[in-house]
Design a protein. Structure first.
Length: 108
């Protein structure tokens, strides 16, 4: 996933999907349960894999604010994943910089 190479049409589609997820109740994982950042990233990516296999389109990853390391590492893993088309921080008040929404790739 590379935000700079995405077309405007794709970005509009992703933004619409993410706005819908922010207003709805997408599958979510709370990474506060992880003992450290490494385990949090593993937990996040296992969750993404399960939700992809279940056919979900958008997921919500709760990493919290803290030092920002969990957010950075989770978003790096999302960027490197073939299962993720797009992601961004939540725009909902109270969730900004604490929650990431991700659009999962379509299954073939």
């Amino acid at each position: 996933m590379n935000a700079f190479s995405e077309s405007g049409d794709n970005l509009r589609q992703y933004d619409a999907m993410l706005l819908g997820a922010e207003m709805g109740d997408p599958p979510e994982v709370d990474l506060h349960k992880a003992p450290d950042t490494h385990d949090g990233v593993q937990m996040a990516m296992q969750f993404v894999d399960r939700q992809f296999m279940a056919g979900e389109q958008v997921v919500r990853l709760i990493h919290g604010r803290g030092t920002g390391r969990m957010r950075t590492d989770v978003q790096r893993a999302l960027a490197e994943s073939d299962l993720v088309e797009h992601f961004r921080d939540s725009s909902k008040p109270g969730e900004q910089m604490a929650v990431t929404y991700a659009v999962l790739a379509a299954q073939n």
